[in-house]
Design a protein around this ligand. Structure first.
Ligand code: FAD
Ligand code: NAI
Length: 465
């Protein structure tokens, strides 16, 4: 009889871990998944992707009713905010989806071990006082909020909060200051601005959305400013004090200089996330982390210790749910003796603001460093569907290798850019050229025609501009 309780024991039931556990079980591995939260689904389903999108979606309707967008289409309404009900539908989405994972675990015979796991040795973990042995252990412990020294988060008090606290505000703040002009800051800042808050974003760098294409960053900044968001770029927060129910932040120019203060009703700290490895007992398993606290893996997701694997936010790469999921599937397939691969060059990223901002592959800056390129751009203003829908902001940009015409990157700002980027990712996965996209028949009238036109623009031949 096997000396092991399980073929595969997954630590963490986020999109990386739960997907890996299900695939492992589907492939015949006796599988357990350890999760300490009260519900499955990790950061993404509980306090990340899903609840933020529930509020983004609802607040988008509210703003459309409030700012005249609906009136411009002949729908006259005066909206009244019922924040409790809006928060209620957020909680309903989370409840439904997390319960759905529990159902999938039962259906696939994945055992949920409730509690937090600590390694006892390379093949054993202890959960709630009990030790389990497994032939393969997959670390999918995800990430948590990066703290900012001098700015202490207290979600209970609701004045200086992180993303979890910012999802749960009981009332719309008069002034919300967001520290960090990244994805979380812009998404959650958008929610509360739409519901009536004045929003100021303080960003250390000289532009928002680091890592994205330069044109996209500039244009996004312009659009958010037009929507009323105030930006303090090249500025760092060096401290915060809570006084009489308000926060007073100390700001300094990033390059050094005179300090100033900024008062806020609520402060959202959103300066990034860090891998979760504290308390895991990695030393007992013989594992270490790199300088950024991540667990390094090989391309098959195996770590330096035989039988231990790692995926998702706890390993290098973008901290995205779909990246974690794909790594989970590939890793489980490798453990089961198949060949699981993730193409890390083609991982789309989306900011779910209005309009949405999306990209896949290289930025224009990175592509230029690699060699000669051709770029085609098409404004959403010239796309018939976007124009008809009163959604003129944004553009699509296709970046191709000058010699081979192979598509190296696609970037889009458009109301449905997150949906549009899927076709670009698929085209790139198949090694498409800009000509391949330009000669693919796209349904009319759709926002996606802007991708076709941007691809046509690579050779200078778009029709509608
Ligand atoms: P996680 O989802 O973090 O899951 C890890 C799980 O492991 C957690 O449930 C944790 O409790 C558990 N765990 C940790 N240590 C242990 C232990 N020792 N024992 C047992 N269990 C343990 N990404 C997107 O792609 N799209 C989005 O729209 C998006 N929106 C986001 C919005 C917000 C506000 C935030 C915070 C994040 C968002 N993300 C989004 C990022 C996304 O949530 C993460 O990339 C994703 O959840 C990572 O998945 P994971 O499985 O690696 O880890
Ligand atoms: P982020 O890395 O996207 O942005 C953090 C920002 O804070 C950066 O612009 C950085 O320059 C700035 N910053 C850092 N220190 C600062 C300081 N002291 N003062 C002022 N600015 C400072 O991180 P964020 O927004 O916290 O999100 C964390 C992760 O969650 C991201 O990596 C993202 O991948 C993931 N996420 C993804 C979403 C999506 O896919 N739609 C939505 C939300 C989160």
């Amino acid at each position: 009889m096997s000396d092991f309780d399980y073929d595969l024991l997954v630590i963490g039931a986020g999109p990386g871990g739960y997907v890996a556990a299900i695939r492992g079980a589907q492939l015949g591995l006796k599988t357990a998944c350890v999760e300490g939260r009260a519900t499955l689904g990790g950061t993404c389903l509980n306090v990340g992707c899903i609840p933020s999108k529930a509020l983004l979606h609802a607040s988008e309707y509210f703003e459309a009713a409030k700012n005249g967008t609906m009136a411009s289409m002949g729908i006259k309404v005066t909206p009244e905010l019922d924040l409790d009900a809006m928060q209620g539908q957020r909680l309903d989405s989370v409840k439904g989806l997390t319960a759905g994972i529990e159902y999938l675990f039962k259906k696939n015979k994945v055992e949920w071990l409730k509690g937090y796991a600590t390694f006892s040795d390379k093949n054993s973990v202890t959960v709630d006082g009990k030790t389990y042995r497994a032939k393969n252990i997959l670390i999918a412990t995800g990430s948590s909020v990066t703290p900012l020294p001098g700015v202490d988060v207290d979600n209970e008090a609701g004045i200086i909060v992180d993303s979890t606290g910012a999802l749960e505000l009981a009332k719309v703040p008069d002034h919300l200051v967001v520290i960090g002009g990244g994805v979380i800051g812009l998404e959650l800042g958008s929610v509360w601005r739409r519901l009536g808050a004045k929003v100021t974003v303080v960003e250390y760098l000289d532009q928002i959305l680091p890592g994205m294409d330069g044109d996209v960053r500039k244009e996004a900044n312009k659009i958010f400013k037009k929507q009323g968001v105030e930006f303090k770029l090249s500025t760092k927060v060096t401290g915060a004090e809570v006084k009489d129910g308000k926060a007073v932040l100390t700001l300094e120019p990033a390059a050094g200089g005179e300090a100033s203060t900024l008062e806020a009703d609520v402060v959202l700290v959103a300066i990034g996330r860090k891998p979760n490895t504290d308390g895991l007992g990695l030393d007992k398993a013989g594992l270490t982390t790199n300088q950024r606290g991540q667990i390094e893996t090989d391309h098959d997701f195996s770590t330096a210790v035989h039988g231990i694997w790692a995926i998702g936010d706890v390993v290098p790469g973008p901290m995205l749910a779909h990246k974690a999921e794909d790594e989970g599937i590939a890793c489980a397939e490798n453990i089961a003796g198949l060949t699981g691969i993730v193409n890390h060059d083609v991982i789309p990223s989306v900011v779910y603001t209005y309009p949405e901002i999306a990209g896949v592959g290289l930025t224009e800056e990175a592509a230029k460093e690699r060699g000669a390129i051709k770029v085609g751009k098409f404004p959403m203003m010239a796309n018939s569907r976007a124009k008809t829908n009163h959604e003129p902001d944004g553009f699509v940009k296709v970046i191709a290798d000058a010699e081979t015409d192979r598509v190296l990157g696609v970037w889009a700002i458009a109301t449905v850019a997150g949906t549009m980027i899927g076709q670009a990712a698929q085209a790139m996965e198949f090694g498409a050229t800009s000509e391949d996209i330009a000669y693919t028949c796209h349904a009319h009238p759709t926002h996606s025609e802007a991708i076709k036109e941007a691809a046509m623009a690579v050779t200078g031949k778009p029709i509608h501009i």
